[in-house]
Design a binder for this molecule. Structure first.
Ligand code: DX5
Ligand code: ZN
Length: 219
């Protein structure tokens, strides 16, 4: 079973509460909130005040993806603003183990995000400190923009990571993010991913519910 997390980045940003309704009405599982600081990635998106304003309008858990230089410094503020799951990049400046522990202390699930050029093995030493239902977010595009082309070279990394989680019997999830549609989503699920982030595929279509159903279709 795959869960679908819908990225609002390519949604209608002038009507975010409506976008949140569309996501819940389409039967998606999570709302994916991409935070960019203009430093870790070149782009700037939205941050704390937008999240706290949007939160009361969201009927699914909020999956916050921090593409920022210092996630440890901001984790508590994002949880207060409404994050239900919080992922940060292993390539950021914060110590990853310390950041995971801080997210756990704040009482929510942690995710460690991995950019396409970072090997899957880089997260192996951290798998042991993750708690059941935490996740590794495998970027399937370069972080920074919505609407990019899926990178198939990430598929072997997903397989490697899933094999390692199975070998260690770790009840963790693998989330994929970037260029996910019906076809690329199925390829990622076959490789071992079980959380699919999709932005344009769900929100830039006439029928978001059909797009979510297509992503969840049994393999
Ligand atoms: C990219 C973001 C993704 C992106 C997904 O940096 O992390 O969440 O918005 O959008 P699509 O599905 O349009 O590639
Ligand atoms: Zn994202």
């Amino acid at each position: 079973m795959a869960l679908v997390s819908v990225s609002i980045l390519n949604g209608d940003l002038s009507h975010l509460a409506q976008v949140a309704d569309t996501i819940a009405d389409a039967d998606a599982d999570l709302l994916h909130y991409d935070v960019m600081d203009g430093n870790f990635v070149d782009n700037l998106s939205f941050g704390l005040p937008v999240l706290s304003s949007l939160k009361p309008h969201v009927r699914v858990p909020v999956d916050v993806h921090l593409m920022i230089r210092e996630p440890l410094r901001y984790a508590e503020r994002f949880v207060r603003a409404g994050a239900d799951l919080l992922s940060f990049h292993i390539e950021s400046d914060s110590d990853p183990a310390e950041t995971v522990r801080e997210i756990h202390r704040l009482g929510i699930h942690a995710g460690i995000a991995v950019s396409p050029e970072t090997p899957a093995e880089s997260v192996f030493p951290l798998l042991g400190i993750l708690e059941p239902d935490d996740f590794i977010l495998m970027m399937t595009v370069h972080p920074g923009l919505g609407g990019q082309q899926f990178m198939p070279e990430v598929l072997p990394k997903i397989r490697t990571l899933r094999r390692r989680m199975e070998a260690e019997q770790l009840p963790l999830h693998i989330e994929v993010d970037g260029g996910i549609n019906e076809v690329t989503g199925a390829a990622c699920r076959e490789a071992g991913a079980d959380y699919l982030v999709a932005g344009s595929f769900v929100l830039c279509t006439e029928d978001p519910a059909a797009a979510v159903r297509a992503l969840k279709k049994p393999l």
